[in-house]
Design a protein around this ligand. Sequence first.
Ligand SMILES: [Zn+2]
Ligand SMILES: [Zn+2]
Length: 271
Amino acid sequence: MLSVYTLFSGSGGNCVYVKDNSTEILIDAGRSCGAIEKALSNFGSSLRKIKAIFITHEHSDHTGGLEVISKKYQIPVYFTAPSYDNYVRAGSFLQRFAHRMDVEYVQAVESLTVSSFPVPHDSAQNVGFVISSPDDTFGIATDIGHLTDTIANSLCLCKRIIVEANHDVEMVKSGPYPQHLKARILSKNGHLSNEKCAEFCAYLCDHGVEEITLAHLSRENNLPKLAYETVKQQLCACGFERVPLKIAFADIAVCATDGKSYPFKKQEAIQ
Ligand SMILES: [Zn+2]
Ligand SMILES: [Zn+2]
């Protein structure tokens, strides 16, 4: 069985910790090396035990800790080629440990297999991942400008998933952001709204997904309670009220694979 924890989530930094009985990896490292090390220590783990880091895309909320991590821990880091070319500086510590991967790529890391698939976003390239162990499959997709058949088909392979519920459209429109930022968030290469996420989650449940964690919530344009209730309502309307649903908090680790629901109270998220 895979255990998956969102250590950090949102524009302040993203990092997902995935492990089975023998192998541990990270998806993204968008917080400082020290913050990620501390978060892993709560699980009795350490960056020393991490066998590989897979990067969705080069934006700083997904990559911010990589240079120091590379310097201290020499962990292989996998980027798509466009993200690598955009982000990895010649002569950096990161360059010594960074690998280019195709957009649709399969990499074995000991007992785990990690497959990537394209996700539209305003980065050089963005990907989601399906992670498989011999007896389990997990999927993750965030920073989703718009939904595609490829994303749907990839996540339908998974029993449990992390998916983006970034913003409430009305909160974006009436919120404090300048017009160009509002347009970016709402564009086809921006982020996924609660409403679109809700419809998508119902579709996924209809195609075999059994547990959902909502991630990458905007601090300014969303509320955990609103994201949760928007998706929950849609799941209930479609007969999937029993599907465990939870929120990935910005700074508190949440288990995405424990079969429980964490509506929005922070204390309920602490393991
Ligand atoms: Zn991004
Ligand atoms: Zn992001």
